[in-house]
Design a protein around this ligand. Sequence first.
Ligand SMILES: Nc1nc2c(c(=O)[nH]1)N[C@H]1C(S)=C(S)[C@@H](COP(=O)(O)O)O[C@H]1N2
Ligand SMILES: [Mo]
Length: 439
Amino acid sequence: MTKNRDMRGEGLEPAAGNGLINRRALLGRGMMIAGAVGTGLGGASASAGAEPLTEEPWSLEFGDRTPPYQVPSKFEAKVIRTLSNPKHELRNSHSRTPHHLLEGITTPNGLHFTINHGGIPAIDPDKHKLVIHGLVKRPLEFSVETLSRYPMISRTTFVECGGNSAPMFSPEPLQETVQALHGLASCAEWTGVKLSTLLEETGIDPRAKWLIAEGADSPRLSRSVPMKKALDDAMIALYQNGERLMPGNGYPVRLLLPGYEGNMNVKFLRRLKLVEQPAFSMYESRTYAPILPNGKAYRFYFLQEVKSFITFPSHGHVLKEPGLYEISGIAYSGTGRIEKVMVSADSGQSWAQAALQEPVLSKAFTRFRLPWRWNGGPATLQSRAWDESGEVQPTRGEFIVARGELAKPPPVLGFNNQHYNSITSWGVGSNGEVKHVYV
Ligand SMILES: Nc1nc2c(c(=O)[nH]1)N[C@H]1C(S)=C(S)[C@@H](COP(=O)(O)O)O[C@H]1N2
Ligand SMILES: [Mo]
């Protein structure tokens, strides 16, 4: 906590020159962003005499039918996930969340990112079973129906792939959207049964220190989870934002480990085996054991550490004219709540504290906002987050020294391109275009 207080940044309130506006200074002032209606002046004067259109450019005939399950407006057709394997070749498939086109903290189910290493299995929930066995007093088999009869909880939490933001290891900043850079993280309200509730039913042999979670998809993806996490906030999720899990997100049952590496959140969950030693499965020992510049590798890297990025404005957006904009972005930490987000518009020379939108939930996306007056000149926008444990997002300089850039050629075994949680910088040009830059 002392560390946190030191880094609080008193005295870092809006500095002169960078155009960041203290929220309080805005209260009581008109913002005058809307164009005046019908005055023909094109300015931002009060729109006295403004009237709605009398003839809409769309048909006023009786409108469309009401579908049993509604989907977004056809005018939102660009708000979609990007796919790494659109031809469905027999390899892994990623779909990425379009953060630059979304708001708030909830990722709609159709836009939640997915990674599936062996396609999406078509599991009949009436036939699916979850078995808990190994070092337990009573091995038990649960159907989806019996699981649904235990006391449930809902929890809003993010899931993030350990490989999210891997393009940030590139020695040159890639001109990509926040979707391409950071789209392997999403946040939803998950509902299900606490794993500790089920472990009370089976009983735990005191020798059990780990459990091995296994999926019912073709790779039988499996990961080792410390018992401490299993008994803390691990959850067997059945619902996602109020409806049953999406097929790509683990239907009908998934393991949810709030704040832990995406890969450990085993989907299509069929088995939990309590054991004394971790399994050292392929995904934990090869794929998700990042190699460091000194040649050593992490044995386990469970935590998704404190991170933030600006979603507006970001690459792909164009600012039409100088004036007032709201910088908006997402911050999160696998450790707990977000404590503070600082924003800079001048490459980190001065910083202002962003407003955190309520609710600020533990291990969930937190929306931050800060008004910014763009004067039409070049600006470099950055965000930096602190969590309640006092951890702070490292600067890019600090991060690259510790973790390295992408090796050329890439290493044969393992990757040094995981768990990037440093700062993202967006350069706004005088033409209003936004570039990805390194500072
Ligand atoms: N059974 C199974 N579980 C899995 C996977 C998988 O392919 N099969 N992918 C993992 C990976 S790599 C990640 S990052 C997360 C992604 O969760 P999501 O697809 O719900 O976003 O699920 C993990 N759980
Ligand atoms: Mo992942």
